[in-house]
Design a protein around this ligand. Structure first.
Ligand SMILES: [Cu+2]
Length: 298
């Protein structure tokens, strides 16, 4: 996976600490150590391909990419390469001193029009099916609202009628005082917690100041814009417990690179316990939000 020590850099201090070991072992050791509580599904140095999928949509995306797009593009690339090699070898000035003056070949022209169309059709069918699955809301077990805000943080809101009734901001940790078990530029102060194997309706928007963000969690196959004044909706159903990372993927301003997304998927019991704790913890934050809402309604 990795063959150089700089590969461990994104993990900060632990990477430096283990610099004498091979970087692959260093990163693995670190990931395992921090995974004692729960598995960490973060980008890794030297990673190739899509992240491990953990939702039905992400599975479908991986299938579409790995089983359809990748073979097609590989065959096309090899075919074009073979044509180029053939042309260079067979039709150079030395090998072919008197070139043919043929300018049309009906059969060939029909073929190079029809074959690409057929290839596009083969791609279009699973592509539209995937898009349809992404945008068709199943019956959700719970709703989560996330707002990309103009101070380059995400605000998570848990609806009251589903046991929540609070909201909180998730901010990037202070990178100068980053704890050893935290990921550089990825870990936040307040993680969003969701239950495993539950269909979650995700409503995404941005605050009224007017900055467009994009909410992306690759392992969930979730990518949706956060637009002021518009409530976008998508869904996910995480099949595996763990901590999943994403980032804002719209060039939104000066701190675009510093507004990661962290979602912790836990068992239903652990989620209920967290909900009780969070209700008390974020109550203080909840109150001024209500006051602000009431004032803006006047
Ligand atoms: Cu952003």
């Amino acid at each position: 996976m990795m063959s150089h020590n700089s590969g461990a850099k994104p993990y900060g201090a632990p990477g430096r600490f283990l610099a004498t070991a091979s970087a692959a072992i260093a990163a693995w050791t670190f990931l395992s150590a921090s995974a004692m509580a729960q598995a960490i599904y973060a980008p890794r140095p030297g990673q190739i391909g899509l992240p491990e999928p953990v939702t039905p949509i992400a599975h479908e995306m991986n299938f579409f990419h790995n089983a359809i797009l990748l073979p097609i593009i590989t065959v096309i690339s090899l075919f074009v390469l073979a044509l180029l090699v053939w042309v260079v070898a067979k039709f150079n000035e030395g090998a072919n001193p008197t070139p043919s003056r043929t300018t049309h070949h009906t059969g060939l022209e029909v073929a190079w029009t029809v074959i690409p169309v057929v290839i596009l059709l083969i791609i279009a069918i699973p592509s539209f099916r995937l898009l349809n699955h992404q945008l068709t809301m199943p019956n959700a077990d719970m709703t989560l609202k996330v707002t990309g805000n103009s101070s380059w943080a995400w605000t998570w809101a848990y609806p009251k009628d589903e046991g929540g009734g609070f909201e909180f901001q998730a901010r990037l940790l202070d990178q100068d005082k980053l704890p050893a078990d935290k990921l550089r530029l990825l870990d936040v102060d307040n993680e969003a917690v969701v239950p495993v194997n539950k269909t979650i309706r995700l409503q995404v928007t941005a605050d009224v100041v007017g900055i467009i963000h994009s909410f992306v969690v690759p392992a969930f196959g979730v990518r949706i814009d956060a637009v002021p004044g518009r409530l976008n909706e998508t869904w996910f159903k995480a099949e595996k417990e763990g901590v999943y990372y994403g980032q804002c993927s719209k060039l939104c301003g000066k701190d675009h690179a510093f507004m990661p997304i962290v979602m912790r998927v836990v068992s239903e019991d652990a989620y209920k316990a967290w909900l009780e704790k969070a209700k008390k913890e974020y109550a203080a934050i909840d109150t001024p939000v209500r006051v602000a809402d009431a004032r803006s309604a006047n």
